[in-house]
Ligand binder design. Sequence first.
Ligand SMILES: Nc1ncnc2c1ncn2[C@@H]1O[C@H](COP(=O)(O)OP(=O)(O)OP(=O)(O)O)[C@@H](O)[C@H]1O
Ligand SMILES: [Mg+2]
Length: 256
Amino acid sequence: MESQETKSDISLQKMREVKRLKSVEDRRVGSEVFDRITLKTLYKLANQGYIHLLNGAISTGKEANVFKGADEDGKIVAVKIYRVTTSDFKKMQYYIQGDPRFNVRSNNKRQLINNWVLKEFKNLNRACEVGVRVPKPIVAKNNVLVMEFIGDDDGSPARLMRQSKISNPKYVSDKIIDYVKKLYNDAELVHGDLSGFNILMQEDEPVIIDLSQGLVVDHPISEELLNRDIENLSKDFKKMGIEISHDEIKRKIMDL
Ligand SMILES: Nc1ncnc2c1ncn2[C@@H]1O[C@H](COP(=O)(O)OP(=O)(O)OP(=O)(O)O)[C@@H](O)[C@H]1O
Ligand SMILES: [Mg+2]
């Protein structure tokens, strides 16, 4: 009896502890996203009519938070905000240094993040130009990227391919391979973090997202990342019932 009480006491205390930690964590995340400069950036974007309001978090990731917002005409937009405190600067620095579009030798964290966001914006633009379905970028400012919202008309965000039931797997896999091919050959970019976790399904159409890691084909690690992207896709396609090997996907992308 006595031990039972002790047991329940401990678990009660643990629960309180978890609850307390969670609330601390929530506050921490809140202040991390909306630090002074981020708030200033959001105000500026609001003054310029890009974001009228932010209403609801879509995702809280490792480095960025994505919110649903509306512009001054009421059109829904997606707002991706990079957190300055939790970003992987070493990675950012490495990726940016090999990219001739950016001439940054800086160790300044904010400057790096701003360039990282600009890189995502440029990559999305380049992808759009060559006919790859991605969220259309609207504006990049400091650590904030505003882009087309991918979802339905009611404002529900689209689901990840990885978490969706795919009714037309052959069509979807062919389309994705064609997008990677266009990215590689026409936009001269490698996504670098491609998998079913960075592809949204808008109704039956795949939409590629999260091009922040995307790099130019002549970056020293582009080949390695392309191979990793292909490997991930091959596994995801298999889960959808489409058997296509790494080599076969690569041949299609390289147009051999
Ligand atoms: N344009 C968009 N429209 C609708 N939802 C979006 C859009 N962009 C991102 N999302 C949602 O937000 C999530 C995170 O976005 P994204 O993949 O770009 O960030 P991330 O850098 O991967 O974050 P993480 O730190 O989790 O890796 C996506 O999985 C998707 O659910
Ligand atoms: Mg992602």
